[in-house]
Design a protein around this ligand. Structure first.
Ligand SMILES: [Zn+2]
Length: 363
């Protein structure tokens, strides 16, 4: 809300002072927990700092049923009492004892966050940074090529695909989305349909996250160095620019926006960003980002780079040496080699070396 003619916006300390004043004046504000309110201010302060540092987007208003949650700080407050193997209880300020279903051993943490997602599931998450997974030490390098039809291709020859919704659930989702479009705004039916859609989307998200966690742990345990393409997913999944008609102002030509939206959905549904993020968390300092240019057009055997080599979406056949492979696996081998392929004009180094892998050749 700040503009040039206004004085500096109040910082965290000033906001806390204001909070104390307002709490004295209003009963409804006093009824809430002071720690929770202060933590909200602290989180906002951090969000503004991140925005000014250029690493995050500008903080926006929180939305009901979308950003539901609060943070509680204090070693005493975050002490969890185990009831049995599956259940535990925690004393939430102003709420009382709350039973929680343990999904893992409760860690020793100073703060935790309670959140509710769009399907109305409540979660309790402790703020702890787990230790990273140690390298196996065998000197093995793996390249991971991320794609839409195959979520992740490894240079070892494995093709991994991220699970999503079942075909039946996809049909149901489409049906529900059509029904939502016909519902009256603000009606109870619309709310119910929205909840059903949120439930299906949450199921897909859960499966994706589960897959990412399993794959990233597996890779971090098996390989010393993990090479991935340095993809800029936010830029890649942008919607295409409108294409104005050159002769007729106000008229636009097709920019294939729906097609791009479908591809974007495919990219985002495969959890690319999350996979690399979790890999970097788990295999700290062992993830290398490779320039993604031409990894899919370069032969992993002779190094010849030509767009004609990519025969189809799935098949790669080198026009120089005849090497044939799954297109994603070929790219994964290139990524594993760390080939920073930067030019199309690259010619085969030695065409006579037909089947011998020359991974070290670089431009
Ligand atoms: Zn070749």
């Amino acid at each position: 809300m700040w503009t040039r003619d206004k004085p500096a916006t109040p910082g965290f300390a000033e906001q806390c002072r204001q909070l104390t004043e307002e709490r004295a004046a209003f009963d409804w504000l006093r009824a809430g927990s002071q720690t929770v309110q202060q933590q909200a201010l602290r989180d906002f302060n951090q969000a503004v700092k991140n925005f000014h540092a250029g690493t995050h987007r500008r903080p926006t208003w929180r939305k009901a049923r979308l950003h539901e949650g609060f943070r509680i700080v204090g070693a005493q407050a975050s002490r969890i009492v185990k009831l049995n193997r599956k259940w535990a209880a925690i004393n939430v300020p102003k709420v009382g004892w709350v039973r929680v279903r343990l999904s893992r051993a409760a860690p020793d943490a100073k703060s935790y966050r309670i959140t509710a997602d769009r399907t109305g599931r409540w979660h309790l998450a402790f703020a702890v940074i787990p230790p990273s997974i140690p390298a196996p030490g065998a000197g093995e390098v793996v390249g991971v090529d991320r794609g839409v039809t195959v979520s992740a291709a490894l240079s070892t020859g494995e093709l991994l695909s991220c699970p999503g919704l079942s075909e039946r659930a996809k049909v149901r989702l489409k049906h529900l989305q059509r029904r939502l479009a016909r519902c009256h705004r603000g009606s109870n039916r619309r709310r119910r349909v929205k909840e059903a859609i949120a439930k299906l989307n949450a199921r897909a998200g859960d499966r994706r996250k589960d897959w990412v966690e399993k794959v990233s742990t597996d890779l971090a345990r098996r390989f010393d160095v993990i090479r991935v393409e340095d993809l800029r997913i936010a830029q890649m999944t942008r919607r295409p620019r409108p294409k104005p008609h050159p002769a007729r102002p106000g008229v636009y030509r097709s920019n294939r926006r729906r097609a791009k939206a479908g591809l974007n959905r495919g990219i985002l549904a495969n959890g690319w960003g999350l996979l690399v993020q979790r890999l970097e968390d788990k295999a700290r300092g062992r993830v290398e980002r490779i320039k993604p240019a031409y990894t899919s057009q370069t032969c992993s055997v002779c190094g010849h780079c030509a767009p004609e080599s990519r025969e189809s979406q799935a098949v790669f056949r080198c026009v120089a040496c005849g090497h044939q492979a799954h297109a994603d696996l070929n790219a994964a081998v290139n990524i594993a080699a760390g080939r920073a392929v930067s030019a199309r004009r690259e010619t085969p180094v030695q065409v006579s070396l037909k089947r011998e892998p020359q991974l070290a050749t670089s431009t």
